[in-house]
Design a protein. Structure first.
Length: 75
């Protein structure tokens, strides 16, 4: 009877430890996936910096700033 209990305990522990290992693998995958979604920022050009300063001076934010920056960089 004790051998059966021992084997049952070992089997249960084996199943539980496998579940923990899978949970740890899934948890470590998330930060790696998040880091791949971030884009590397390109260095800003002098024109971009100049346009940004002008937008700051005009206190532009959101869509208005985006439109202004686009027009400013094209000209």
């Amino acid at each position: 009877m004790t051998i059966k209990m021992f084997l049952a305990t070992v089997g249960t522990l084996a199943l539980l430890s496998t579940g923990v290992a899978q949970a740890q693998t899934a948890a470590t995958d998330k930060p790696a996936a998040a880091s791949t979604t971030k884009k590397a920022q390109a260095p800003r050009t002098a024109k971009s910096l100049e346009c940004s300063k002008e937008a700051d001076a005009k206190s532009l934010h959101g869509k208005e700033r985006k439109k202004f920056m686009s027009k400013c960089k094209k000209s």
